[in-house]
Design a protein around this ligand. Structure first.
Ligand code: ZN
Ligand code: ZN
Length: 216
């Protein structure tokens, strides 16, 4: 059976198992609606604009970039006892649903296999962004703490947004913008079965891939 046939067969089974109550629009609406609200909530608590807020934003972006890389490479593509679900959703579902030959969604219900489950946003907010923001606030001041938390969530939404447009059909005009075309190709190469466990683990910016030499 060819890779294309295998992908089509898996898509049929996967789609048949999605609950009829699932709504791609609600899923996306929840992630971006709640995510943007959390960012807004954090930013209105910033007492004053100061130069070190920019440092907090850059630091959050780099922390997220390394985290995105490690989670993708070490949990998404390696089976670990404590993260079996993440592995099966990523290596099992996402990479079987999309190969480098068939990497585009067909309907909005396919968002189910592109976006992270909605509760993960809440987990990242309360288990990661909030404690990290609190810690930064103690050391570098209240404003830096709120900006750190807001920037982690901003990067999370950026991940979801970029990953979504990486898998959008070609007729969306955004997919033809030069930088976006490049990023789509970058991610498409990751979906080649020979590359998936070896190259292009970053989704937002290919910084950690570049540093570690895993960039194609
Ligand atoms: Zn993908
Ligand atoms: Zn992957």
């Amino acid at each position: 059976m060819s890779l294309h046939q295998r992908t089509l067969r898996f898509r049929e089974t996967y789609r048949a198992a999605i609950s009829p109550r699932y709504s791609g629009l609600l899923h996306g609406g929840f992630v971006f609606g709640v995510g943007l609200s959390v960012i807004g909530y954090c930013l209105i608590h910033v007492p004053a604009l100061e130069w070190r807020l920019a440092i907090a934003f850059i630091a959050a972006t780099l922390i997220f970039n390394v985290g995105e890389y490690i989670a993708h490479r070490e949990l998404g593509h390696k089976k670990r006892r404590f993260a079996k679900l993440f592995y099966s959703r990523h290596s099992g579902d996402h990479h079987t649903f999309f190969s480098h030959e068939d990497y585009l969604i067909d309907t909005i219900r396919d968002l189910r296999v592109v976006l992270f489950p909605a509760p993960l946003l809440l987990a990242v907010t309360f288990i990661f962004a909030a404690p990290l923001g609190w810690f930064i606030a103690q050391v570098f001041g209240t404003g830096s703490g709120w900006v750190m938390a807001a920037s982690i969530i901003f990067n999370y939404l950026l991940y979801e947004f970029i990953h979504l447009y990486n898998h959008l059909p070609d007729h969306y005009s955004i997919t033809r913008w030069p930088v976006i075309r490049q990023m789509r190709e970058y991610h498409r190469l990751h979906h080649h079965p020979d590359n998936a466990t070896r190259y292009n683990f970053n989704i937002t910016y290919p910084i950690t891939d570049w540093v570690l030499g895993t960039r194609l």
